[in-house]
Write a protein that binds this ligand. Structure first.
Ligand code: SAM
Length: 293
């Protein structure tokens, strides 16, 4: 590998050479510590044969290490100033850059057309912080999703993805994520290893898709989970009542699922939500179609 891009000296010299300053509107905070990017690449990629998808390569701090570890890296970048820099500075035959807003990308098509039979797909990114959740939900909702997602994000957001029930960070996002994936922490990352330095610390976490749960009509299940958390201080009875507009039905549903009406949503684990939904599925559908929502 050529000289590491993820140092303060190299980052400054690239910015001067090409006359590019970071753009806040694109969430540009570049990593300036090679050990951090190396550790992310090691955690994200299992083998040289993996297809790697990166969002937001920036000037290539992480991309450079991804190209060392995989024979095919596809990187989506929104900033039109950067592909030229990436090709010139990394110049790796394994790298394919797509100048495109990732949120506008058809991820099913990308994976279906590029993945070779049986090939593992690793998604990896130092995420632009302003679209962390939309990017992840795009991946969770895709038909053809990657095998793993290894991403850096703000620490408080990562805590919500990792949260277990009864903790203060636990919310609808935690439940829906755990329905699809196992989530684990890879490492904490200090705000001091970015340029420019953000106001908060970060964390790298890894999502691995599992296939353990299959409720009918998943969008309706996700709607119910979100409805249960709409007002965190309210009981599950109250929140569900707002959603379904039928107190008697909600009492009956909770009793059938053996859930106390006075508890709050954050006290229920994923399996409680699944039981509540599955045991009352027909009734929920009937009520939703009656109310036309
Ligand atoms: N990977 C580099 C690093 O770690 O130093 C840069 C990470 S920086 C936090 C986020 C990157 O995402 C920036 O390069 C930014 O231009 C890019 N980006 C922002 N919004 C994007 C979008 N919608 N689609 C693709 N890339 C985007």
């Amino acid at each position: 590998m050529k000289e590491a891009i993820a140092t303060i000296k190299k980052t400054r010299s690239i910015q001067e050479k090409y006359g590019v300053q970071t753009k806040k509107a694109f969430g540009q905070n570049f990593i300036i510590e090679p050990k951090v990017v190396e550790k992310i690449a090691n955690a994200a990629i299992a083998s040289k044969d993996d297809l790697v998808i990166e969002v937001g390569p920036g000037i290539g701090a992480l991309t450079q290490f991804l190209c060392e570890k995989s024979n095919h890296v596809i990187a989506f970048e929104i900033d039109e100033r950067l592909p030229r820099i990436l090709y010139e500075e990394i110049g790796d035959e394994h790298l394919e850059i797509i100048l495109q807003d990732f949120l506008e990308t058809d991820i099913d098509e990308v994976i279906e057309t590029r993945r070779k039979e049986g090939q593992r797909v690793d998604f990896v990114s130092n995420l632009p912080y302003y679209i962390t959740t939309p990017i992840l939900f795009k991946l969770f909702e895709a038909h053809t999703h990657p095998d793993t997602i290894t991403v850096m994000m703000q620490k408080e957001v990562a805590d919500r993805f990792l949260a277990k029930h009864s903790s203060k960070e636990y919310n609808g996002l935690s439940v829906i994520t755990q329905y699809r994936c196992d989530v684990k922490k890879v490492m904490d990352v200090s705000r001091h290893v970015f340029m420019p330095k953000p106001n908060v610390d970060s964390m790298v976490i890894q999502f691995t898709f599992h296939d353990r749960y299959h409720v009918q009509n998943e969008p309706l299940f996700f709607e119910m989970v979100k409805a249960c958390f709409v007002q965190r201080r309210k009981t599950i009875l109250n929140n569900l009542q707002v959603w379904l507009q039928d107190k008697e039905l909600v009492q009956e549903m909770l009793s059938r699922a053996k859930i106390e009406p006075q508890i709050r949503a954050q006290q229920l684990d994923l399996e409680d939500f699944i039981r509540l939904y599955e045991e009352n599925y027909e009734k929920i559908c009937t009520r939703k179609s009656e109310s036309g929502s």
